[in-house]
Design a protein around this ligand. Structure first.
Ligand code: PLP
Length: 381
């Protein structure tokens, strides 16, 4: 279970991460609708991309989501408490010797290699009854998955098929965020053949971006992650997803600058005119990536003050501090103790990730434990 941070915790924190649960549900419903008749699961690995798997999954479960994916067994064990009877698939499958832990918590391992398959078969034999699993095949990602030969060995062995009791046949796109990439078509064709050769087992190929490739990519179940959390699944196009995350950092000090000055480590930024600067209690130790300020030639990044004014990020992000030019904020409208939205109206997770030469996935999953998670608009409890 999760506990809401107390007012005292929020008062002590340097920065707070607000998570709009209603927006997550809206995103899930939108993706489900895009996926037509396919079931829409939810990927909540890595603590729901850093936002808090228990809170996110409970809310989605309440909204009607019945299938969840995590990466690790331990993530599945914690999630089991949060979502009751829902189906939970564990993407990494079994580590040798952990099979009984899966069965005890009704977690379904995604078996990706012959050693995992053989381990599961041995476990099933020792139990004297079948246990549900999922099978992952490799269609071109070349990361995890059974080869065509291994798949054929499994599907033609009736005893194995009975013992493995496959609930899902899955694979993963390598280039779904580039819809015209030729590998997408190739993977679709390859996966369709796999699915045809294992009739009666539901098939799943698409994560968030794959859903936008179109109906041929939907199969029986889709596995969105980043889209639920507001990341843009259609790079280069407007983001169809609702904004989920706001990162608000507290101002520690405001300085008026009236002589030429530089800001921060390396003196990389010259304050161009008399101005006011605000330094906030947030830095790369919180996951606010220093690489966002590594390239002085990159386009400026803006935080939001009072939902209204832009404040430009100036100088380098340090471990625990970041400085903003608040020259555009009218005098008296911001004081120490007030907050600036660092992820918000003027800086989406995709904008910041671009600035930091990374992707929204990494930006979110790096947001650290020092930031209390504040859940808004929840209905599950
Ligand atoms: C992480 C992951 C997903 C979710 O991907 P998004 O791009 O975040 O939607 C789906 N399937 C697999 C196998 C994954 O590893």
């Amino acid at each position: 279970m999760f506990l809401a941070p107390s007012p005292a915790t929020l008062a002590r924190a340097g920065a707070t991460l607000s998570v709009d649960l209603r927006a997550i549900v809206a995103n899930w419903r939108y993706l489900k609708q895009q996926a037509g008749t396919a079931e829409a699961a939810a990927v909540v690995k890595a603590d729901a991309y850093g936002l808090g798997a228990a809170a996110v999954a409970r809310e989605l479960r309440h909204a009607g989501c019945n299938t969840f994916f995590v990466a690790h067994l331990d993530e599945g064990l914690s999630l089991r408490h949060a979502v009751g009877e829902a189906r939970i698939f564990v993407l990494h499958g079994t580590n040798p010797g952990t099979e009984a832990d899966f069965a005890a918590a009704h977690l379904i391992p995604v078996l990706s290699g012959m050693s995992q398959v053989e381990g599961w078969l041995k476990f099933v034999e020792s139990q004297g009854r079948s246990h549900p699993s999922a099978l992952q095949v490799d269609t071109g990602m070349t990361r995890l998955g059974l080869s065509r030969r291994e798949f054929d060995r499994i599907r033609t062995n009736q005893n194995w098929m009975r013992a493995l009791d496959p609930q899902l046949l899955m694979s993963h796109f390598a280039c779904a965020d580039t819809p015209r990439h030729p590998l997408n078509h190739q993977q679709l064709e390859t996966f369709s053949k796999f699915a045809k050769d294992m009739p009666g087992v539901p098939a799943s190929l698409s994560a968030t971006s794959g859903i936008f490739i179109g109906p041929r990519a939907h199969f029986d179940l889709v596995r969105p992650g980043i889209g639920l959390y507001g990341g843009n699944p259609t790079p280069g196009h407007d983001n169809p997803m609702a904004h989920v995350v706001t990162l608000s950092a507290k101002v520690i000090q405001i300085q008026s600058i009236d002589a030429p000055q530089t800001v921060g480590y390396g003196a990389t930024y010259d304050v161009p005119k008399p101005s006011r600067l605000a330094t906030v209690a947030l830095g790369y130790a919180d996951g606010f990536l220093r690489s966002i300020t590594a390239n002085p030639a990159a386009p400026p990044v803006y935080a939001t003050v009072n939902d209204t004014w832009k404040a430009r990020l100036v100088g380098r992000i340090s471990m625990d501090l970041t400085t903003f030019d608040i020259g555009e904020v009218p005098e008296g409208r911001i004081q120490p103790g007030d907050t600036i939205d660092v992820i918000g109206k003027y800086a989406s997770i995709d904008t910041l990730a671009d600035a930091g030469a990374t992707i929204s996935y990494e930006l979110l999953t790096r947001l650290g434990p020092r930031l209390p998670r504040l859940y808004k608009n929840g209905t599950a409890s």
